[in-house]
Ligand binder design. Structure first.
Ligand SMILES: Cc1cc2nc3c(=O)[nH]c(=O)nc-3n(C[C@H](O)[C@H](O)[C@H](O)COP(=O)(O)O)c2cc1C
Length: 401
């Protein structure tokens, strides 16, 4: 939204007398609020700043279809001032959903629901590019929503039989998934491709493939979940094969950035390590990948995670340096200066934020105030700014009556 102005920010009504309003000092532009271009083999994508809204499942779809909750949630996030909204893990097949309540994009009905809801949300907010995280849950499918305990559901409980690279359950107490045949793998790859085509039709700007957190593509990568004896299991080369095939197939049909979210390490002895995921990232780059989004964990209940502020950032830095890919860091990044420091240190190009944005949906506004940046906001909100944040909407024109 370009706003020309006859009034400066000084004229914005304020709780304080006008004489007490200080013009902002000229701050060096922060990296967090410097625009970024996501490269693509097709259309590149301009982001207004480096804040990415991380994908967050809402467990609120009806048979895969987006509805009123998504309208309210996406509208709020689109009004946050971030540079990119990533929609939650969106299943490419019905049995690829994590829970029966997960969002999907596998047929005309789910496409129409996602498209209508997103279109309505976008009309209620300033422009922000949207990325969809395409996903298949593999052996973690058919689970109850977290607030219903998260346990594996049997068909009698509304669940279904999950599939996976190998017939190894996530938890030793669970029934094993069915090991995928080559024919079924080809069908899943095609489902990713069809979902990508649907996303393009809906005006979605970018795709993130979910290869993290123990879901299907991560299951193929990790020796803890993949014990196949064919060309898709065993060596790293073989374990990478299916995720790379899915990436190449999706990228071939999508005009725009296609990136991948990975778990850099499994946090389990004998699991994926950063040397392996760095190699995966290098292979993705050779295929024209647009970005890598670096998370960790999720494939094994034996994981021992060392938690702390920015605990996954060193992995992002390592993968970025090894692969040269545009890199998103995520995980307990909660402070504007912390986000800025990660970018300044060269550990990432983009910063993804999840939980904080649920708690403080206008976190990017606060970050702009703290770092001297600017964000776009709906005109209905222009009069809200406290004294210390007067310049974050740029020069807005508000009539005084
Ligand atoms: C409610 C919720 C839902 C999530 N759903 C997804 C998801 O759909 N896909 C995904 O890759 N990660 C998902 N995550 C993980 C987040 O994207 C993020 O990586 C994690 O919360 C760490 O970032 P944070 O410390 O900023 O919250 C979810 C997290 C939360 C809290």
């Amino acid at each position: 939204m370009v706003r020309t102005s006859t009034l400066s920010f000084d004229a914005v009504p304020s709780p304080l007398p006008v004489t007490h309003i200080k013009k902002p000092e000229v701050c060096p532009v922060s990296l967090l609020f410097t625009p970024y271009t996501l490269p693509a083999t097709g259309r590149a994508l301009q982001l207004a700043n480096r804040i990415v809204i991380a994908p967050m499942c809402q467990y609120s779809a009806v048979n895969g279809a987006a509805g009123d909750w998504h309208l309210a949630h996406w509208t709020s996030l689109l009004n946050s001032g971030a540079g990119l909204l990533t929609l939650e893990a969106t299943a490419v097949t019905a049995d690829g959903r994590i829970t029966p309540d997960c969002l999907g994009l596998w047929d005309d009905r789910t496409e129409q629901a996602l498209g209508d809801t997103l279109h309505r949300a976008r009309r209620l907010a300033p422009p922000m590019p949207v990325c969809v995280q395409l996903s298949h849950a593999g052996r973690k499918a058919s689970s109850a929503a977290p607030w219903q305990g998260g346990a594996l559901l049997t068909p009698a409980q509304g669940g279904w039989q999950p599939v996976a690279p190998s017939a190894l359950p996530q938890l030793p107490t669970e029934a094993p998934p069915t090991a995928l045949t080559l024919e079924q793998m080809a069908q899943i790859r095609e489902a990713f491709v069809t979902a990508a085509r649907r996303a393009q039709r809906l005006g979605i700007d970018a795709i993130e493939l979910h290869a993290a957190h123990g879901y299907l593509l991560h299951q193929f990568l990790s020796p803890l979940a993949n014990q196949r004896s064919d060309a898709y299991g065993g060596s790293l080369e073989n374990r990478m094969r299916f995720p790379l095939e899915v990436f190449a197939a999706v990228q071939a049909v999508f005009d725009g950035p296609v990136g991948v979210r990975i778990s850099a390490i499994d946090w389990v002895e004998g699991g994926l390590d950063v040397a392996q995921t760095a190699e995966f990232a290098r292979r993705l780059r050779a295929l024209g990948c647009s970005f890598i989004h670096v998370s960790t964990a999720g494939v094994s209940p034996l994981q021992k995670i060392t938690l702390g502020p920015g605990y996954q950032v060193p992995f992002a830095g390592e993968i970025r340096r090894a692969s040269g890919l545009p890199t998103t860091a995520v995980g307990l990044i909660t402070q504007p200066q912390q986000a800025e420091d990660i970018l300044q240190a060269g550990d990432a190009d983009l910063i993804a934020i999840a939980r904080v944005l649920l708690y403080k949906p206008r976190w990017p506004w606060e970050a702009a105030a703290a770092l001297g940046g600017q964000v776009q906001a709906s005109a209905q909100y222009w009069r809200c700014l406290p004294r210390e944040a007067q310049s974050i909407f740029g020069s807005v024109k508000i009539a005084q009556r």
